[in-house]
Design a protein around this ligand. Structure first.
Ligand code: FDA
Length: 472
């Protein structure tokens, strides 16, 4: 196959939610676009897949009520949502003790522990509101909050270990998917601010509210369909030449052969941990080269277990389960609309950070047994016998390398955060992992996609010289 060379106003690198949102807006503004995607499929961290007859959300799936950008995209694409099943009791497994049923948000812990959890959530809600999601690094206490780990900050608040372990879980294992000692208090505060408040993080009914009929991958799939032939799969960008006036992106092209796109602007819509997979010519400025190394992905195993029936419902259980002391730190009823029609029931559970390392160190059969044991500890022995079992393994995906998303280590957010999204010449960065509201979520990917496209539209149609393909 020969090298294909195409000329466009903008080259978008990455066909995830962020890149495809940007491409859609650019085309709507009358600009021409080519999207280059490394994988043989659309969607990046959104991937709805059939596994042994079950349709599973391998990647992102939930939509919460404050995710206005995502909700607008769903409406524009004519996609419908349905609520997560949540009737009945949740289950908590304490530090030393038996699984306990509860309702509401606060776990069935000793009254002193519950009071400590509630008190610290109030402190956090105030701090989160003050710091905000837009510029956490600009807060007067940013440096101070960024040099202390999330676990150490919690230890300063209370001597109650069970209160600490639970509060740590909401921002660390459950969200940033890094150990609470490896992320800063400021990073945890950003995580909460990006979801509206710390109270929201604690509220599974809010955060994990609804799912999309047909799967959340419908979003990137439908956006790509509308872009038609301008989306190229199996086309990892290897080199991006850039100057003040434009870019040349060189990609592999799979069976169709290599593809080169000359454009006036580039949107690099890949996770920040993968920026260095692209050879920038000339090299990026020192600041970007240094800061890109500070953004790393967390690690979580998303476990899917499909059963002949949703057996937990018959026991009056919702399927919702939490414990910082279990291999699966959180689990939910994940029965899809299709399962519901078939009478099947699906559970989803999450195994995060160092616990995920420990599980991946085991042979697959033993890992499966240990994980199902953990689900059984919450919901009963029936959990040991799924008809379909699947582990989402994003750490093995070359074009992601972890889950859910990228964040800074201790000290990184205050030191580098302000520059993480700064354009370099004709190059702009778009990813959920650089978002303010919706940080590390599809909503954030869409917000950043819109924002980067809007900036390019302004530059190419209002400001700079317009050559032919521009709108006005
Ligand atoms: P994304 O990573 O999706 O896209 C980047 C694209 O760039 C990929 O398609 C990649 O292949 C491509 N690429 C990389 N390098 C390239 C190169 N050199 N050349 C060309 N292409 C390249 N969110 C949420 O809102 N609700 C949820 O329930 C969940 N749950 C969840 C579970 C799991 C297991 C995961 C992994 C993630 C979630 N998330 C989530 C997070 C959510 O999926 C994520 O924030 C967004 O999908 C990210 O979209 P982006 O477009 O920013 O990056």
């Amino acid at each position: 196959a020969t090298d294909r060379v195409v000329e466009r106003d903008v080259v978008v690198i990455g066909a995830g939610a962020a890149g495809l949102t940007a491409a859609t807006d650019l085309v709507a503004a009358g600009l021409t676009v080519a999207v280059l995607e490394a994988r043989d499929r659309i969607g990046g961290r959104l991937w709805t897949e059939d596994v042994d007859g079950a349709t599973l959300e391998v990647g992102g799936q939930w939509v919460s009520p404050d995710q206005e950008a995502l909700l607008k995209t769903l409406a524009d694409l004519g996609l419908e949502t349905y609520p997560r099943y949540r009737e009945g009791d949740s289950v908590y497994v304490p530090r030393d003790g038996e699984p306990t049923r509860f309702t509401g948000e606060i776990f069935p812990v000793a009254p002193e522990t519950a009071a400590e959890i509630e008190r610290i959530i109030e402190v956090l809600d105030e701090l989160v509101a003050e710091v905000g999601a837009e510029e956490p690094w600009a807060h007067p206490r940013a440096a101070e909050l960024d040099q202390i780990s999330w676990s150490a900050w919690l230890a300063d608040q209370t001597d109650d270990v069970e209160a600490r372990d639970n509060l740590a879980l909401f921002a660390a294992q459950a969200m940033l998917t890094k150990p609470a000692h490896a992320v800063s208090a400021l990073q945890a505060i950003l995580m909460a601010a990006s979801q509206g408040s710390f109270s929201h993080l604690v509220d599974a009914d809010f955060i994990l509210d609804r799912r999309v009929v047909g799967g959340l991958q419908q979003v990137p799939l439908l956006l790509a369909e509308r872009l038609g032939g301008d989306v190229h799969l199996g086309a990892p960008v290897r080199t991006l030449e850039w100057s003040e006036t434009g870019v040349v992106a060189h990609a592999d092209g799979g069976s169709a052969g290599p593809i080169t796109v000359r454009a006036r602007r580039a949107v690099v819509a890949v996770p920040p941990n993968l920026y260095s997979r692209i050879a920038f010519e000339p090299p990026l400025p020192r600041r970007q080269q240094v800061l890109h190394q500070q953004l790393s992905l967390g690690l979580v195993i998303k476990v899917h277990a499909v059963y002949d029936t949703p057996f937990w419902r018959d026991k009056g259980l919702s399927g919702t389960a939490f414990s910082p002391y279990q291999i699966v730190h959180e689990a939910y009823d994940n029965t899809s609309d299709v399962d519901e029609r078939d009478g099947r029931g699906t559970l989803v559970g999450f195994v995060a950070d160092a616990t995920a390392d420990a599980m991946f160190a085991l042979p697959a059969a033993e890992r499966r047994e240990r994980i199902l044991d953990s689900l059984a500890a919450y919901l009963g022995d029936e959990a040991r016998h799924p008809v379909v079992y699947y582990e989402s393994d994003w750490g093995s995906e070359e074009w992601t390398r972890g889950a859910y998303a990228a964040s800074f280590g201790i000290g990184g957010l205050s030191r580098f955060g302000a520059d993480a999204g700064t354009p370099v010449g004709p190059i702009r960065w778009a990813c959920s992992d650089l978002a303010a509201l919706g940080f590390q979520h599809v909503d954030g990917a869409i917000r950043v996609g819109h924002a980067q496209a809007a900036a390019i539209v302004t530059e190419l149609t209002d400001g700079g010289p317009a050559d032919g393909a521009t709108a006005d």
